[in-house]
Design a protein around this ligand. Sequence first.
Ligand code: FE
Length: 343
Amino acid sequence: MPVSDFELVEAWKHVLTLSKISAGQSITVLTSSATNKQTLRTAILAARSVGAIVNRLDLQPVNGALSLSRDPLAYVGVTPLTGNRPAMELLKASDLVLDLMTLLFSAEQHEILASGGRILLAVEPPEILLRMLPTLEDREKVLAASKLLQAAKTMHVTSPAGTDVQFTLGDYPILEEYGFCDQPGRWDHWPSGFLATWSNEGTAQGTIVLDKGDILLPQKSYLQDQVIFTINNGYVTNIEGGVDATLLKAYMESFNDPEVYAVSHVGWGLQERAHWSTLGLYDREATIGMDSRARAGNFLWSTGPNNEAGGTRDTACHIDIPMLNCTVLLDGAAVVKNGVLVK
Ligand code: FE
């Protein structure tokens, strides 16, 4: 449902204020052919109203002819910034980059953050941005849960459908997503509200059983049948099931890259304003599915790259897999029990 420019300008001002943007700081709005026009125009108005210097950098789309999907997260790695030194200099010199294009999983994103820049990704439709407008309480909740994750050496996930999988933790950083960028070098995503980290290389071990109604992204469908993943030494080594499994296998095979089967980030959702039902109410190309990623009490795991965590794997295929009804144990203590946050 549409929202007014006024509402979205106010929302942007709120997010920029939480991101500690003040008069005289510089914001670069990064756009491409799929950027939402209302999000762009209201971001610029809000940035001007808080006194920031605003530039817009519009880049050419890439990967369109390679990807099987129109989802911006379906084919990652090479971006319009690859080898684009003038654009990189502008972004690195900016206090805040508003990424309305999707720069995720790129060496360039890493370089901008390493130079102290901040990047806020915002590509969901305006009404989803408004519904999940970030708050200081979201930040507190994510940081409190993050303390538990930072202290944990193992994550063990089970489900009534048959999931029983272990991850050894500690070698990679924690991704704390609360929806705004209040620190130098910080990347975040509006909307969000979840935690993730990466299992130590080669340690993911066990079975993950997706149940009917669980979600694959970028497929953006509710599974009609179970999909059973066997995971050995950090890699998915077998996928079984019905039509959903057959389609997933064909999709992953199309990348012709053994690294697509690596287990990537693991974590859980903390956002009470994210809803599992949303995906069934939107056209596939209208959303990237942040509701299902961030929904409070889900378990979210993924396959593919780990370069945004400082790893070396940069495979183009990234599949996010949020699941209902899981129990997530950190060193034996539940943080999510049967799909519900432990409070
Ligand atoms: Fe992901």
